[in-house]
Ligand binder design. Sequence first.
Ligand code: AP5
Length: 265
Amino acid sequence: MEILRGFQFELLCCAAKMTSTKPDRTAWFKGGTASCQETLASGAHAYRMVLLGAPGVGKGTQAELISERLGPCQLSTGDVFRAAKTLDPSERTPALSAALEYMKRGELVPDETVIGIVRERPNCLRCPAGFLLDGFPRTVQQAEALAKMLGDLGVNLDAVLSYDLPIDQIVSRLSGRRTCGGCKAVYHVATKPPKVVDVCDQCGGKLILREDDRPEAIRVRMEAYAKSTAPLAEYYRQRGLLISIAANGSPEEIYRRTAVALAAR
Ligand code: AP5
């Protein structure tokens, strides 16, 4: 059994060497009937997973690594809202404009708005390359809506990856985060600094502090997490889907823990 797990783990790590392209997220941002051309190498497993964890624990960082190496597309509801910010206000629906105000304060966007956003993207949930939901679901009501959507599409979740880290380390990850205003690449002033201060290595854009990374919004986000999102770990544990992963150490170390845990399932 151990030999088999080791072999499966090596396969997951080999995938890293063979595929290092970023999946196309067009369909996720556009919604509706938009689709993309994502496929996996023949015989590769299409992972369908949810990422859980407090704001700033490193879900987006891990999503990027898993996505590049194992193929599932990163579906972040926060990214959809942030993309809406770049639209002209006249192009935003009233629900989307209200969502941006909740987000700025660090509060959760109402369930019906978020569920509507995901429901408008069925092609992403039935993508042949799989998916990695990042930031959704965040409440039990959202989890129940997701279960219904997946049931209707005949799709099963493989696992829910729950990343855990002490609060002081989370706050330091959040307060040091800088995000590119152009391509949205994520940096950290101490652990992942750009080559030139405040300038994106990838596109030359200006790095900014996310509005909800201000101390007062961080406090509200942590409270919302403790009240509404943390109980989801128990929801998924009861359904046999939860995998808890320690989120200390480097992103690479955490990715390896994730790969080992997936290989052991
Ligand atoms: P969302 O965009 O989902 O944000 P979040 O869950 O608060 O998570 P973050 O993006 O802040 O952090 P992360 O865990 O991805 O960490 P990251 O990898 O960037 O949601 C934003 C808002 O949208 C919500 O507050 C809400 O208003 C709304 N919303 C979205 N979805 C919703 C929903 N379903 N329901 C209701 N409302 C919703 O890492 C953080 C920093 O740490 C970075 O600087 C990174 O470089 C650094 N870092 C990462 N890993 C490591 C490491 N191992 N070591 C050192 N540094 C590290």
